[in-house]
Design a binder for this molecule. Structure first.
Ligand code: SF4
Ligand code: FES
Length: 371
């Protein structure tokens, strides 16, 4: 077996069920059905395998992970395996009792998503009336219990003006960190580029606000920033570099190098039911396909940033250029960069575009689990 350095983090998409219908959902257009989800014992085994492989941090995500009735058991199993556990949640489905149980079994950290800074915006974007009020209640319980909190503000053309308030809210909630995440267009979100693409001016202003806030809040609040990359000149280092830092396990046990990897048609994936996590990480062809720099063509191959951003996002290159091995078109050196910028401005100019909500088929949509 080759000796690829181990991943640091694993994202476990416990379920695709979710009570919200966010138009920017990055989960695939075809969601995993509840009856294909891994059971408690299999997930617990996957967590032990991840720890043995060298994974340190486990991000429990979805869909809405609180839609899993066995969430407390899953967190217990992950902690017993020695993993640092982070729950990525909208808050819907979390009661005070359930949060206290999660605390008792050792949940280390909560990441709470924010669809807007008031009920009108948040409930409209999440497509869930009353969601904002429930989230604010959950935020209070999180503070009372003392979970380290990251607020994840998902921003786009409709709510970027709320960024200053989102920063204030992070402070009020006692968050240690806020992720200012401009929407990335993967999965369902691709259907909503007309409705959600920020304008160039908004993108620039957000960058200024973040820079000022970082200086002002230094030592009090860490600000992670995902800019509106269609308006940028260099791409993000997606997944910290393909096959180097993290891996995703989706609800049916398929193991992916990133959450959108199934949009790349020639890749073949393995499932945890068929092979060990270590074997998959070391030898699965999908992980090998874009690991390192050998796969690159020019301009990336001869670029001095190739070990900085690893050519950007493979899934974005696939979605926009039709070639996952191409330079991310966000990059100013890509022959498609100019066209992408024009496309971004065209999307951003669609003032009347409607939101296309993520509607779940009946068997996938989740009612909040009250326990
Ligand atoms: Fe990154 Fe490739 Fe652009 Fe260089 S050419 S900056 S490696 S995406
Ligand atoms: Fe797949 Fe960026 S989302 S590489």
């Amino acid at each position: 077996m080759s000796t690829v350095a181990p991943p640091i983090a694993m994202l476990a998409e416990l379920t695709h069920r979710c009570p919200l219908s966010c138009p920017y959902c990055s989960n695939p257009v075809e969601l995993a059905r509840q009856n294909s989800e891994l059971d408690t014992a299999t997930w617990s085994d996957v967590f032990r395998q991840a720890a043995d492989l060298g994974v340190l941090q486990l991000h429990l995500s979805g869909g809405e992970p609180a839609s899993r009735r066995d969430l407390v058991d899953l967190v217990r199993a992950a902690r017993e395996a020695g993993l640092y556990t982070n729950l990525i949640t909208s808050g819907i489905g979390l009661t005070e009792k359930r949060l206290r149980e999660l605390d008792a079994v050792g949940l280390d950290h909560v990441q709470l998503s924010l669809q807007g800074t008031d009920a009108t915006m948040a409930d409209e974007i999440g497509g869930y009336r009353g969601g904002f009020a429930r989230k604010m209640q959950v935020a209070e319980w999180i503070k009372e219990i003392g979970f380290p909190l990251t607020l994840n503000a998902v921003l786009h053309r409709r709510n970027l003006h709320q960024l200053p308030r989102a920063l204030e809210m992070a402070e009020e909630m006692g968050a240690r960190r806020i992720e200012v995440a401009t929407v990335q267009f993967h999965g369902w979100a691709l259907k909503n580029r007309d409705a959600l693409m920020p304008t160039r001016e908004q993108a620039k202003k957000a960058t200024q606000i973040v820079a000022e806030a970082r200086a002002r809040l230094k030592g009090r609040l860490v600000i992670d920033y995902v800019p509106a990359d269609y308006h940028e000149d260099f791409p993000k280092r997606c997944m910290g570099g393909w096959g180097t830092t993290g891996l995703n396990v989706v609800p049916d046990g398929t193991v992916l190098p990133c959450h959108a990897a199934q949009t790349i048609p020639h890749l073949r994936f393995d499932r945890v039911q068929d092979r060990s996590l270590a074997e998959i990480w070391q030898t699965n062809m999908a992980f090998d396909a874009y690991r390192g720099t050998e796969w690159m063509a020019d301009p990336c191959r001869s670029c001095d940033r190739k070990t900085v951003d690893f050519g950007g996002c493979r899934c974005q290159a696939m979605a926009i250029v039709g070639d996952a091995g191409a330079t991310d078109p966000v990059c100013v050196k890509s022959p498609h960069h100019g066209a992408l910028q024009t496309q971004a401005d065209q999307h951003a100019a669609q003032a009347d575009a409607h939101l296309t909500y993520r509607k779940m088929p009946a068997k996938i949509a989740a009612e909040p689990v009250e326990m």
